[in-house]
Ligand binder design. Structure first.
Ligand code: KIV
Length: 280
């Protein structure tokens, strides 16, 4: 999709990897953008091979893989480890890595240092950060340093404690207007796309119509320019978590439990390994 490698890029750089410019162009052409999370090379290769446009190495790794209650414990080191794994497992999708809690909130200078470390060490194409107008100067500083940024407004899990829990955003008096203002400020600062999380379809539609950059919805209705889900949720691997906006496209937790129980039975009654799975 992207153009020729620019001078300074190695000739082995995959010219077909989706770029941030490709993502912005998709809004203009009206092609819906498909994004999923991945945290490791194996799943990333499967997701990439199935043709998604972007893969998000979300700080949701802390809750989905590490069993934490929130995303707050995710560290820079973990995001680099998972980001590098995902980048290595993919050849086509644009890989976006979340900036973890406290890696960008303190100062734009900190944000540039930490996001720069992520880009250098993972090879990913962009970072994502949560928050509205307050973070516009940070987004600008990152872009000035050559780091593409995806914004994230609405329900922002890193601010869970100040938001008072997991709840639909944009409903309180003046809140929808503040959300629009946040989205416009991030666009003006140079973000190439925005995640809209957990808000009414009407608010997300209005934000989507006002922006020239694409919106990627999660729990934000059908009018966004694209959609993102957590891979483990949509595959039905994470059966402890069910939100209304998550559609399960497979029931892999059942498949895993069934396979493990079958292995255990066969080991216990001596059917595994059989002659097909043993050396003579
Ligand atoms: O961390 C994450 O997986 C995310 C998505 C839910 C958008 O931010």
């Amino acid at each position: 999709m992207s153009s020729e490698p620019a001078s300074g890029t190695r000739p082995t750089t995959n010219p077909r990897r989706v770029s941030t410019a490709d993502i912005v162009a998709m809004k203009r052409t009206g092609r819906k953008i498909v994004m999923l999370t991945a945290y490791d090379a194996l799943f990333a290769a499967l997701v990439d091979g199935a043709g998604v446009d972007m893969i998000l190495v979300g700080d949701s790794v802390a809750s989905v893989l590490a069993g934490e209650e929130t995303t707050l414990p995710a560290t820079l080191g973990q995001m680099i480890y998972h980001g590098r794994s995902v980048q290595r497992g993919t050849t086509r999708a644009l890989v976006v890595v979340d900036l973890p809690f406290l890696s960008y909130q303190i100062s734009p200078r900190d944000a540039v240092r930490n996001a720069g470390r992520i880009l250098k060490r993972t090879g990913a194409g962009a970072v994502k950060l949560e928050g509205g107008r307050r973070y516009a100067p940070t987004v600008r500083a990152l872009i000035d340093a050559g780091i593409p940024v995806m914004g994230h407004v609405g329900f922002t899990p890193q601010a869970l404690h100040v938001l008072g829990g997991i709840r639909v955003q944009g409903r309180a008096e003046g809140a929808a207007a503040r959300l629009e203002d946040d989205a416009l400020a991030l666009e003006a600062a140079g973000a190439f796309a925005l995640v809209l999380e957990f808000m009414s379809a009407a608010v997300a539609q209005r934000v989507t119509e006002r922006l020239t950059i694409p919106t990627i919805g999660i729990g934000a209705g059908p009018h966004c320019d694209g959609q993102v889900l957590v891979l483990h949720d949509m595959l039905g691997l994470n059966d402890g978590f069910q939100a209304k906006f998550v559609k399960r496209y497979a029931q892999l937790a059942d498949a895993v439990r069934g396979a493990v129980a079958c292995f255990a039975d066969e080991v216990r009654d001596g059917r595994f390994p059989d002659s097909d799975h043993s050396h003579r």
